[in-house]
Write a new protein. Structure first.
Length: 343
């Protein structure tokens, strides 16, 4: 081989090594080769009356499955699911994501989940891998559902199988590049069983329920890459929307900070979730109180007990004020200009 050819080969190899090292150190190889998906098994969850009852409670009142996978009736307070549309899927254009579709999860065999195996549904719920092997966009809170116990997972799937099948074809999500590749990093395979959670105290019970309800996903501000901002957990500021039917509103600071909800007591918290009002002030329907309102008193009291344990975060959010740029979370929300970044 001539000297110039050797030099060229050496240069190419060096560049290749640099590119390989750069990808490994930054985005990793999943965006190139696909998500880390475990093979499906023939696992099946035996339906029982207890699982059906527990699954209905979780799906309708805690995990928010139907709030995301159904068309909502915007003419009614609390944004209930439209009659006959429970679980039939929806496009997320009203939420500002027109390229995202939540699929039909009713047991219709042609357009829904009727042909999906129990393990395919389980893998989607807790690991973020669709029945066709693709990575699910993480607005589906599978990172939170990883904490869902095996028994609660069985209950959820049992109830989803019981939904009236709705024949409603939904288009596939067309996630824009490069996000469509980068989200391959989000799913995580789950090979070990998930035991029942420790519900020994109200705070522990509340932590489990708050995770399944994905409260932190709405109430923790995100950066432009969709990453939650450290130190601002549950401090509000994320702007939520649902088309023209509801004016965009920022999620509230629900920490015990003076800028949060330190004045709430247990009675007021339950009243707010049940009625969508803080005394005479109505809260936004974009906070899905209409879907959480039927939780038991015990569960709502446990959630409140957990929220009281959160570190207080000084972050002013007030939807009664005009949206302005916030120096703390960098988002535009009501009262944003009142926040000052600490040096």
């Amino acid at each position: 081989m001539k000297r110039w050819q050797q030099a060229m080969l050496g240069t190419l190899l060096g560049c290749g090594a640099l590119v390989t090292a750069g990808i490994t150190a930054t985005i990793g190889w999943r965006p190139v080769f696909g998500p880390d998906a475990r093979p499906l098994t023939d696992r099946r969850f035996e339906p029982t009356p207890a699982r059906l009852e527990r699954g209905e409670y979780l799906v309708r009142n805690v995990a928010g499955c139907l709030f995301c996978h159904s068309d909502l009736d915007t003419s009614v307070e609390g944004l209930p699911v439209k009659a006959g549309r429970a679980g039939a899927g929806k496009n997320w254009a009203p939420e500002g994501l027109p390229w995202l579709t939540a699929p039909n999860i009713t047991p219709d065999h042609e357009t829904g989940a009727g042909s999906w195996t129990d393990d395919a549904i389980a893998r989607a719920i807790r690991e973020g891998i669709g029945h066709d092997g693709r990575a699910l966009f993480p607005v589906m809170p599978y990172a939170n559902y990883r904490a869902m116990s095996d028994e609660d997972l069985a209950a959820v799937i049992t109830y989803l199988r019981s939904l009236p099948p709705v024949r409603q074809a939904q288009p596939k999500s067309e996630i824009p590049f490069p996000v469509s590749r980068l989200i391959n990093n989000a799913p995580e395979r789950l090979d070990a069983p998930v035991p029942p959670p420790d519900l020994g105290t109200p705070e522990k019970r509340g932590a489990y329920l708050t995770t399944l309800a994905s409260c932190g996903d709405c109430h923790t501000p995100m950066d432009e890459r969709g990453q939650y901002l450290k130190g601002l957990e549950f401090a509000g500021g994320n702007v939520l929307m649902h088309g023209d039917a509801r004016e965009p509103r920022a999620a509230a600071n629900i920490t015990p900070s003076p800028n949060g909800i330190p004045y709430y007591n247990e009675e007021l918290f339950l009243e707010t979730i049940r009625t969508g009002r803080v005394r005479e002030r109505k809260i936004t329907d974009l906070m899905p109180w209409g879907h959480y309102r039927n939780m038991t008193d015990e569960d709502l009291k446990a959630i409140f007990a957990y929220l009281k344990t959160l570190p207080p975060v000084d972050h002013y959010v007030d939807n009664a004020m005009a949206p302005t740029r916030c120096a703390v979370c960098t988002l535009e929300h009501g009262g944003g200009e009142r926040n000052r970044k600490k040096s």
